[in-house]
Design a protein around this ligand. Structure first.
Ligand code: NI
Length: 385
């Protein structure tokens, strides 16, 4: 297919997806549209127990391994403030993280791979994953069992750090492990004029907030990246009553499994003993999110090589302590998360965020060539199979 024709077709679809954003787990119209687009090109859609999102398959003529390409399809609860012609038609919802770009680029890849079916050695599964913004959509795909025969998985994300034509590729982690904690300190309420008759959970909370910050500054290796942010505190509701309880919550971000476990342990210890020091008890609720992404070294090298062959520029992605549920796939399968330059803009999740659709056809072209060559490489190298 000619690049201009592909670009034109993709822009049309991109505009539709952009103007019809749907939130996590509610991507019904988006899923229906993707299904129609794939089926009208004769691409099989697998029958899986998924409420939203879907998986298409390209069956190569020759035998070979199975790989997967993954995009995410959900939008955010943000009121769009761009002046684009194809601006969101749904009030309070917006594709402000480029997932509309991801869907369309993967659709373009599907079209190109379908044309090359006769030449392909193996199978490519095209994952249109729901609910990435919830951090847990990847688990829906994993639970469906569709990845059991997959040897390698590739994911993309638009990046405003890079211009169109540049890819961000690096081995190791590019996003962080993301965990959430909630802490309730149980004191004993009393009259503000008689603090001696109660146990003040606000004083204990203040001490705890200070002490928790020592985990990163005093316990973590200074060469590591990690953070602990307390983002919400509450206690009491008037000026002359010492309340019964205080509450705080926040997030811990880490880049390795060991540091993730270590920071959780320190959080629990410091909370327990600080509360005890003030004669109180505390409860910790730990809500685990995705681990850090972990890009496979060999796949990173291979992805770079193909980028250069395809006349694209390769840059080193800027490490982020944001989260990405693509990391769940990488716990089970070798994977590579690639950033696709979509031009300078407002940051992700901003009401004026935009991607440059010029990057669509080159992203699709790159992913299709990468897939075709990775299949061959995996087929030839027994180490992978
Ligand atoms: Ni995103």
């Amino acid at each position: 297919m000619k690049k201009e024709i592909l670009q034109q077709q993709l822009e049309e679809q991109f505009q539709w997806f952009h103007s019809h954003p749907e939130l996590s787990y509610e991507e019904y119209e988006t899923t229906k549209r993707i299904r129609t687009l794939l089926e009208e090109k004769g691409i099989e859609v697998l029958d899986l127990p998924l409420e939203t999102g879907l998986v298409g398959v390209i069956h190569g003529k020759h035998s070979g391994p199975v790989i997967a390409l993954r995009c995410d399809i959900d939008a955010l609860p943000i009121e769009e403030e761009t002046s684009l012609e194809w601006k969101s038609k749904i009030s309070g919802k917006m594709h402000a993280c480029g997932h509309d770009f991801h869907i369309t680029a993967l659709y373009g890849t599907a079209l190109l791979l379908k044309e090359r079916e006769e030449e392909l050695h193996g199978t490519v599964k095209l994952i249109f994953q729901p609910a990435e913004e919830s951090s847990l959509g990847a688990l829906k795909i994993i639970e469906s069992g569709v990845l059991e025969d997959v040897s390698a998985i590739f994911g993309i994300h638009s990046s405003s750090d890079f211009p169109v034509g540049t890819l961000g590729i690096k081995a190791g982690s590019v996003t962080a492990g993301v965990d959430r904690f909630k802490i309730t300190i149980r004191g004993f309420g009393t009259h503000a004029g008689h603090p001696d008759e109660g146990r003040d959970p606000i004083v204990a909370m203040a001490a705890l907030i200070q002490s928790l910050q020592s985990i990163v500054s005093r316990n973590l290796n200074p060469f590591s990246a990690g953070l602990l942010s307390i983002t919400h505190v509450s206690a009491g509701n008037t000026w002359n009553v010492i309340p019964e309880n205080s509450f705080l919550e926040g997030t811990i971000r880490t880049l390795t499994k060991e540091e993730r476990q270590f920071m959780e342990l320190r959080l629990r210890e410091i909370t327990e003993y600080t509360a005890k020091a003030y004669g109180m008890e505390a409860e910790v609720e730990w809500i685990a999110g995705p681990p850090a992404t972990k890009n496979d070294e060999a796949l990173a090298e291979f992805s770079k090589k193909i980028a250069i062959e395809e006349n694209m520029k390769v840059a080193t992605p800027i490490q982020s302590l944001g989260g990405e549920d693509f990391a769940f796939y990488q716990e089970a399968i070798k994977g590579m998360f690639i950033q696709v330059g979509t031009g300078k803009t407002y940051p992700n999740h901003h009401p004026k965020f935009q991607v440059n659709p010029d990057a669509l056809s080159s992203a699709s072209q790159y992913l299709s060539v990468l897939s075709e060559k990775v299949l061959l490489e995996l087929k030839e190298s027994e180490a992978y199979l």
